[in-house]
Design a protein around this ligand. Structure first.
Ligand code: FPP
Length: 251
């Protein structure tokens, strides 16, 4: 396994878990079997991230666009999600992990929402990793809802247009309170963002691997994190400025 510098891990890791369907089809299995195997990878990544001390893990579990999939697959995914959340809450308590959800919760079936509500309530006092599930989530939808909400506040006299800046805008997003992701992993060889965290990924380091999500192992996770550790994050500054900043903070 790749050696990791535990002091240089991403604070916030985001993942686009792609390739469940292809994994299943390549094995002549039903797509849902791919999702079930994908849920096992979720368990491994949650456990590893929490063990390594990553503070925030955000998983793209169901996009706004995924509602257009065949109804049988949507139903099966919702059932799988509910089962995962129910089964894993005890483990989340043991590992001090707090559940969080972003996305349009009102689109989700009532029973899924109730299960989520209970899991969020039970884990609310946990102080370890924050596990955010993006459910019925789309970046454009999130941004347009934030704009609509701001417009309502301006019209109601609660917000002055001059007060709108980057910091204030962020408080209107679903992710308000979470730091931006430092690192994004996408599996299955696709090199796109697919409407995930459009605002928040502005300076995120991106990592793409050909491995399908059900085949993503601890080794692959460590390989990705080692790659992150080899990168220089400049945030628009020069390399010199970054190393001087490093010298000052080490002084
Ligand atoms: C993308 O694979 C994956 C999804 C749309 C759903 C992700 C869900 C899981 C990993 C399992 C359940 C989640 C949790 C949090 C327990 P795809 O179906 O688009 O694959 P394809 O591109 O090969 O068809």
């Amino acid at each position: 396994m790749e050696p990791l510098d535990l002091t240089k891990l991403p604070v916030h890791l985001a993942v686009i878990m792609d390739g469940n369907g292809r994994w299943a089809q390549q094995r002549m299995l039903r797509r849902i079997v791919g999702h079930q195997r994908g849920a096992e990878t979720v368990k491994m990544v949650v456990e590893q991230a929490s063990l390594l001390g990553i503070k925030y893990l955000t998983l793209f579990a169901f996009s706004s666009e995924n509602w257009s999939r065949p109804p049988m697959e949507v139903r099966a995914l919702m059932t799988l999600l509910k089962k995962y959340i129910r089964q894993e809450t005890v483990r989340m308590m043991r590992k001090n992990i707090r559940y969080n959800v972003i996305g349009n919760r009102s689109d989700l079936p009532d029973d899924v929402n109730e299960t989520l509500e209970e899991a969020i309530r039970k884990t609310a006092g946990n102080t370890g990793m924050v596990l955010t599930l993006a459910l019925s989530y789309g970046g454009r939808q999130e941004l347009s809802m934030a704009a609509a909400c701001m417009a309502r506040d301006v019209v109601a006299g609660r917000l002055a247009p001059e007060a709108i800046n980057v910091g204030l805008f962020e408080t209107y997003l679903d992710t308000g309170g979470l730091p931006d992701p430092d690192f994004l992993i996408r599996t299955s060889g696709e090199m796109r963002i697919s409407n995930f965290l459009l605002w928040q990924l502005a300076y995120t380091e991106l990592y793409f691997t050909d491995i399908n999500w059900p085949d993503f192992t601890i080794n692959e996770l460590h390989k990705a994190l080692a790659d992150y550790q080899s990168r220089e994050r400049r945030f628009g500054m020069t390399s010199d400025q970054i190393s001087r900043r490093g010298d000052l903070s080490n002084a």
